[in-house]
Design a protein around this ligand. Structure first.
Ligand code: MG
Length: 282
């Protein structure tokens, strides 16, 4: 049983940019979102070893995140061309990999997978809208057989566009992993307003911050330490509370010279706000 608003850290083992499991243990978080390891590491033996490792550390994996070797986040244009199930030429193979990752997560005992689906076409009339809907249904239906949900990362499109896509896919196990910083980084609208539209779909979150103003030469994707960007973190948590969200608060901090220090500060900030909003001592 995971406590309400359990502390979480976005974590990687072999692939991805999240903190390592050793850092998570050191920092004392009780849950993680785990970036799926590389394909050759996604074996039943590895799933068993990893499940034992995290369980022995008292850590629960709440979501396994799908990523692909050739996802490219260097520019927004490259994201549109390369990320998720949106690019047509890689879609079929990536759906196959996604189903493999869902099964790997199932072997780990994890009831949700998440993904940056890519930059969805804004209009349901766009030629690729329906093929992407069908690919997403295929993932949802496979996940349903594993008793899993499929969480779409927010930010590449506006909340209204994402909502119309969710409604078009029309699967009960399709959900949202709400990342307020992505809304800022991609210029996809105000994060708190987005929560008003997407609220019923939010089943996991990334506690991540970002600034609207970029430094000269700063890559667009660079996030900010939690509480130092333009996401009003207290308002974000109050909004989650109003929605009845009790899931993990998973800190995502990737592009930082002091990843551990930033995550530690974020854990402290969330602990303070959790106490203030929920009235808990922890
Ligand atoms: Mg995120």
């Amino acid at each position: 049983m995971i406590e309400d608003w359990a502390s979480g850290i976005f974590t990687s083992t072999g692939a991805g940019l999240g903190a390592g499991l050793a850092q998570v243990r050191q920092l004392g978080a009780t849950t993680v979102h785990l970036h799926a390891p590389h394909r050759d590491q996604r074996t039943p033996e590895n799933a068993q070893r990893l499940a034992q490792e995290v369980a022995a550390s008292g850590i629960a994996i709440t979501v396994v995140f799908v990523g692909f070797e050739d996802d490219d986040y260097t520019t927004v244009e490259r994201v549109e061309e390369s990320v998720g199930l949106v690019p047509q030429h890689t879609r079929e193979e990536r759906v196959r990999q996604t189903l493999e990752i869902a099964d790997f997560a199932h072997a780990l005992g994890v009831a949700a997978i998440g993904m940056h689906l890519g930059a969805l076409p804004g209009s349901p009339q766009a030629a690729q809208f329906l093929p992407i809907v069908k690919a997403t249904r295929a993932v949802c239906d496979h996940c349903a057989r594993n008793n899993q949900s499929f969480h779409l990362e927010t930010g590449q499109e506006t909340a209204a566009e994402l909502l119309s896509f969710l409604q078009a896919v029309d699967r009960p196990n399709l959900a949202v992993n709400f990342d307020p910083a992505n809304m800022i980084l991609y210029g996809a609208g105000d994060p708190l307003e987005a929560m008003g539209l997407l609220g019923p779909y939010i089943r996991s979150v990334h506690c991540k911050d970002a600034r609207y103003d970029r430094e000269p030469g700063q890559p667009w994707y660079e996030d900010a330490p939690l509480g130092q960007g333009d996401v009003d973190i207290e308002a974000f948590l109050r909004c989650l509370h109003a929605l009845g969200y009790t899931g993990a608060l998973t800190i995502e901090r990737e592009y930082s010279p002091d990843q551990t220090g930033d995550i530690e500060a974020a854990l402290n900030l969330l602990r303070d706000l959790r106490g203030k909003i929920l009235g808990t001592g922890s």
